[in-house]
Write a protein that binds this ligand. Structure first.
Ligand SMILES: Nc1nc2c(ncn2[C@@H]2O[C@H](COP(=O)(O)OP(=O)(O)OP(=O)(O)O)[C@@H](O)[C@H]2O)c(=O)[nH]1
Ligand SMILES: [Mg+2]
Length: 252
């Protein structure tokens, strides 16, 4: 089995860090060897013991002070500084050579998805064995337009990072069963989603085109808190790498 690198990506507060922890605990329970990497220099608290942690080199606070910038400017500088750590990260990964590497990405999604350093990191660590788990925020997903917005965001990260993607409905334990059912059906059935959207310009035809363009992927309800959906993520990853799916097809 080849080494697999999993990037956890989603909007701020969507549950990336706790899902990284839950998935790492689950892999551990299955006796799969893994490493965890915290790429968020702004994290106050990381609930898993990160094998590699950018905060050992710099933190958002230290960069704000050193460069006399606010938090947003510091995020950008931190992202650029990431490039200087790539050799070190590779070295540490090669020392342990685990089956899975779980990468917890910075809180502000756009910092990770839009800055060039992330693409360089992904390329350097090995794009062909990398995948992202994209978290749909449960609160935003409750309305059809909120769901649709996230569908576009999820797909824009594919355009940018060019990685296959597993979509999960994060913190599903905070939703009622009928809400989960509806949101999951939205992810599978564009016509059903269209029936909830009251916008003249968003025609059924548009939803069908998006479906044909591969925008719709089934959402896996997960809960880091309750520990469910983790095996489904694992199965989804296996399916992408070993299920005979053509990665080009998964991507585009
Ligand atoms: N109920 C519930 N709460 C969760 C779950 N996962 C995370 N949370 C809570 O949601 C909040 C945000 O979770 P994080 O994992 O820190 O989210 P994040 O995307 O890493 O956030 P940033 O890195 O700060 O953008 C925390 O207070 C968690 O306790 C879950 O599965 N269920
Ligand atoms: Mg986090």
């Amino acid at each position: 089995m080849k080494q697999i690198i999993v990037y956890f990506v989603g909007i701020a507060g969507s549950g990336k860090t706790y899902l990284t922890k839950a998935f790492s605990d689950w892999l551990d329970s299955q006796r799969v060897d893994l490493m965890t990497v915290n790429l968020d220099p702004g994290a106050d608290f990381v609930p898993y013991s990160a094998d590699i942690d950018v905060r050992e080199w710099f933190t958002l606070g230290s960069v704000m002070q050193k460069y006399n910038v606010g938090p947003n400017g510091a995020q950008i500088i931190c992202s650029d500084l990431l490039i200087t750590l790539i050799d070190e990260i590779k070295y540490e990964i090669d020392l342990t050579n685990p089956s899975f590497i779980l990468i917890d990405t910075p809180g502000q999604m756009e910092i990770f998805t839009l800055r060039e350093s992330s693409r360089i990191l992904i390329e350097s660590l090995g794009r062909e064995r990398s995948i992202m788990v994209y978290l749909f925020d449960p609160v935003v997903s409750k309305t059809a337009l909120g769901f649709l917005s996230q569908l576009f965001m999820a797909n824009s990260t594919i355009f940018r990072l060019e990685l296959p993607q597993i979509n999960v409905l994060a913190k599903a334990d905070t939703l009622k069963d009928d809400e989960i059912e509806r949101i999951v059906r939205w992810s599978e059935d564009p016509e059903y989603l269209a029936s909830f959207v009251e916008r003249k310009t968003l025609t059924l035809e548009l939803f069908r085109v998006l479906k044909d363009s591969g925008f719709f992927r089934p959402l896996i309800p997960v809960s880091a808190l309750k520990g469910y959906g983790l095996e489904d993520i694992y199965d989804g990853i296996q399916e992408v790498f070993y299920g005979g799916e053509d990665i080009e097809r998964v991507l585009f």
